[in-house]
Design a protein around this ligand. Sequence first.
Ligand SMILES: [Zn+2]
Length: 162
Amino acid sequence: MSRLGCLCGNGMSNSTVPSDSIAEIYSRDDFEKAMAVKMELIDLWDENQEYWYCQKCKRITVIERKTGLYVSSYSRKVLDAPIQPEAIQNWQELLFWRDKEFYDAIEEKEHITVGDFLKLHPSRYLARVSPDKTTVHVFNPETQAYLFSYVLDPKPDFKEDE
Ligand SMILES: [Zn+2]
């Protein structure tokens, strides 16, 4: 179990499993590669980074899975000028799920493949990340309507606590 402080001051914990504070984020490319070799869902978990979701400010904090150290964080913003999905079609697509969806899928079916999972739980968002990874724009996958963006936070100046 671990705890993480969001930049907004809110404390997050992953003591309940699955945790409401954890998001699963993958690139569509990685998912499709895993589908091609019929990889199991559980194999996808062996990643270097973990994504924490703050219930209070909706920020996503990226930490290194092994060390628990802060890598970066992204604030959620709604931009005044809506983005057209066609304008950023060359940006890499990201897929989002809640931690619970992953846990439930594995519990229901021990050897669930990545492809089966995607069929059962299509990503609720169409999200694309800029090539420099500073911005993610998120759309409704059905209507293509712009919903919100995630923008990279400036690197915080951490003061040691504990
Ligand atoms: Zn927060």
